[in-house]
Design a protein around this ligand. Structure first.
Ligand SMILES: Nc1ncnc2c1ncn2[C@@H]1O[C@H](COP(=O)(O)OP(=O)(O)OP(=O)(O)O)[C@@H](O)[C@H]1O
Ligand SMILES: Nc1ccn([C@@H]2O[C@H](COP(=O)(O)O)[C@@H](O)[C@H]2O)c(=O)n1
Length: 192
């Protein structure tokens, strides 16, 4: 049997990963797994051993240990009958990368990495707007956002550079309006 296919979706906070993933799901039949959503769901479970730890990382914009995140992703993949997954917001740092490679990495086909490139100012502006509109996210505030940007630049960008060297990155200009970003993404997915 062939291995499940995976596309990693990376970009700064508010770059539009979730927005575009839901478009890709509708048109191309992938299953969307957001590492952030999986962590928020785990944090909300009253019996979770990791609730406080996850909460503290989310508020500080730092990255939860990969053992937790990878297990959540693995469980979600196993619970799905799908053969194609968008994994959004992962791998986010070297720890994520190593954890993935040593657990699930061999069991899937990584097709490519979709990188939504967006400036810091636009990322912050979008998340602040999302927070003001009532996202309810503990990290859609200026203090957390500044920390999330630092983590993105210091920890996540090197991962994107690593994938670039392997010719695996498909970059999209994510500052355009959402419809135009989507048009560009269609071109990247239509022949796979
Ligand atoms: N191209 C765009 N132009 C303007 N606003 C956008 C665009 N794409 C997404 N948005 C809006 O910006 C906010 C963040 O988008 P989204 O949640 O898709 O980003 P994200 O990259 O998944 O964020 P995070 O990493 O914080 O979860 C949302 O309110 C969304 O509606
Ligand atoms: N691989 C990951 C992904 C996310 N986190 C934590 O969740 C926060 C929110 O993530 P979003 O993708 O929904 O923006 C993020 O700032 C991290 O604290 C993580 O630890 N590891």
């Amino acid at each position: 049997m062939s291995k499940p296919q995976v596309v990693f979706v990376l970009g700064g906070p508010g770059a539009g990963k979730g927005t575009q993933c839901s478009n890709i799901v509708s048109k191309f039949g992938f299953v969307h797994l957001s590492a952030g959503d999986l962590l928020r769901a785990e944090r909300s479970k009253p019996d979770s051993m990791f609730g406080e730890l996850i909460d503290s990382h989310i508020k500080n914009g730092t990255i939860v240990p990969v053992e937790i995140t990878c297990k959540l992703i693995q469980n979600a993949m196993e619970a799905s009958a799908a053969s194609r997954f968008l994994i959004d917001g992962f791998p986010r740092n070297k720890d994520n990368m190593i954890g993935w490679d040593t657990t699930i990495g061999d069991q899937v086909d990584l097709l490519f990495v979709l990188f939504l490139e967006c400036s810091e100012n636009v990322c912050i502006e979008r998340c602040m707007k999302r927070g003001a509109a009532g996202s309810g996210r503990a990290d859609d505030n200026l203090e957390s956002l500044k920390k999330r940007i630092v983590t993105f630049v210091n920890d996540s960008m090197p991962i994107i550079e690593y994938f670039k060297e392997k010719n695996l990155v498909k970059r999209v200009e994510a500052e355009k309006n959402a419809e135009d970003v989507w048009s560009d993404i269609i071109e990247l997915f239509k022949n796979i």
